[in-house]
Write a protein of this length. Structure first.
Lengths: 110, 122
């Protein structure tokens, strides 16, 4: 069971906006940066959002990260078929002194 | 181009051992911390271990502490994970992942290998 809690699934139609939540605690999300990784089917994870809201070069501005207290969110606007993937939040945990990942959210584009 | 290539996975019996390798290229290997992250079949990601660029500092998840040992050979640009006393729950694809700079709460994994599958079963 992951300490960072994500919904197991999310879905939307092309063009819609979807939001994926990630809930943690004061020892992880509440006190540290949040990162988001995208894993396309059959591939390794890839960085999508870093330090809460920043996007690596090449990631479209349709992807937006945010954080409030001990929770974080990933919003995807203008949904496209190629966004169908698993999305993982990650945060450092001060108690464990290591990285925690959420359980992952499988995004389906209907 | 930054590249990481894992090898060494396979089928091993419970209680057995296995050594994974991760060959790096395209960057100054000794300047960056490297991690192992695993993914059980159909499951999410789990951080396993990390090592500093010099190899002088190592870090482990509680689930593998005392059983797994991370090391690196900077002269050969290669990372290792020695896995002992393997259990069924260690079955996973093991990825090596390069840190943006060093190991810690501010830095992300900026490059991942393609993974190597470890299956622990009798």
């Amino acid at each position: 069971q992951s300490v960072l809690t994500q919904p197991p699934s999310a879905s939307g139609t092309p063009g819609q906006r979807v939001t994926i939540s990630c809930s943690g605690s004061s020892s992880n999300i509440g006190n540290n940066y949040v990162f988001w990784y995208q894993q396309l089917p059959g591939t390794a994870p890839k960085l999508l959002i870093y330090r809460i809201y920043q996007r690596p070069s090449g990631v479209p501005d349709r992807f937006a990260g945010s954080k409030s207290g001990t929770s974080a969110s990933l919003a995807i606007s203008g949904l496209r078929s190629e966004d169908e993937a698993d999305y993982y939040c990650a945060a450092w945990d001060d108690s464990l002194r290591g990285w925690l990942f959420g359980g992952g959210t499988k995004l389906t584009v209907l | 181009e930054v590249q990481l290539l894992e090898s060494g996975g396979g089928l091993v019996q419970p209680g057995g051992s296995l050594r994974l390798s991760c060959a790096a290229s395209g960057f100054t290997f000794s300047s960056y911390a490297i991690n192992w992250v695993r993914q059980a079949p159909g499951k999410g990601l789990e951080w396993v271990s990390a090592i500093s660029g010099s190899g002088g500092s190592t870090y482990y998840a509680d689930s593998v502490k005392g059983r797994f040992t991370i090391s690196r050979d900077n002269s050969k640009n290669t990372l290792f994970l020695q896995m002992n006393t393997l259990r069924a729950e260690d079955t996973a694809v093991y990825y090596c992942a390069k840190d943006e700079y060093s190991f810690g709460p501010s830095y992300y994994f900026d490059c991942w290998g393609q993974g190597t599958l470890v299956t622990v079963s009798s």
